[in-house]
Design a protein around this ligand. Structure first.
Ligand code: ADP
Length: 218
């Protein structure tokens, strides 16, 4: 069965989430205390409802039992985001993901049981910083504090070589898990795969390994 999402707070972040879920063909319940915001998303969301997420009765009326992931996306009001998270957990929502604004906000959310804390501004800043400080890194996705997936553009140094010849895993520790070649995406390439000009290498590993490969290997 397809997943059902709830987005609570329809600001820039929450609103963009609703749009994406809609484009991906998922059911989404859009909730905001502000009626005008709710109306704006009524055509994209499966249900768009005016409710105050820090009011337990309001939340109960939403019938969130079937929701797989509720995403709390208020910006400024930290107190409201904490309270809404607590109430959603108490009501038994399977997964509660919350947008955090600061390190302290994040710590509190983790303590009270948020299943995932999202820090969109910080995450985007990291991705952009990696991109602009390296000519070769076109994207960078942090998986944990030390591990990431980087998209690295291939150079003359590696073109026409097979993955076996490059031997990236033994030399640097990281692994090429995919290759983007124009429109084509090669998942788990074989060791006989030959790198073509302009290939983008999708590399998974420890940040130090990825940087060593990016500096010396490609
Ligand atoms: P962003 O920074 O992503 O634009 P905002 O803080 O500007 O986020 O917007 C958050 C949205 O959350 C607003 O539309 C606001 O009306 C809504 N919101 C704030 N508090 C509550 C609440 N207690 N219940 C439901 N929606 C809320």
């Amino acid at each position: 069965m397809k997943k059902l999402f709830a987005v609570i707070g329809l600001g820039r972040f929450g609103g963009s989430l609703v749009e994406e879920f809609h484009h991906l063909g998922f059911e989404v319940l859009a909730v905001d205390v502000n009626e005008e915001r709710v109306n704006r998303f009524s055509e994209l969301a499966t249900h768009a409802v005016v409710a105050n997420a820090i009011n337990e009765n309001n939340l109960k009326e939403l019938g969130l039992k079937n929701v797989d992931i509720a995403i709390v996306s208020f910006g400024g009001n930290i107190e409201a985001s904490i309270l809404a998270t607590l109430l959603l957990k108490e009501l038994g929502v399977k997964q509660v993901w919350v947008k955090a604004l600061s390190e302290n906000h994040q710590k509190v959310l983790e303590k009270i049981g948020a299943d995932r804390v999202i820090h969109p501004e910080r995450e985007m800043a990291k991705r952009i910083a990696h991109h602009v400080t390296s000519d070769k890194i076109v994207d960078f996705i942090e998986l944990s504090k030390n591990h990431s997936i980087a998209e690295i553009i291939s150079t003359k140094k590696v073109t026409d070589k097979t993955l076996n010849e490059l031997n990236v895993r033994s030399k640097y520790g990281c692994t090429i898990i995919g290759i983007q070649r124009g429109e084509e995406f090669i998942v788990s390439p074989s060791i006989e795969e030959v790198i073509c000009p302009n290939d983008i290498l999708i590399v998974l590993g420890h940040n130090n390994e990825i940087h060593a490969f990016e500096e010396k290997g490609v």
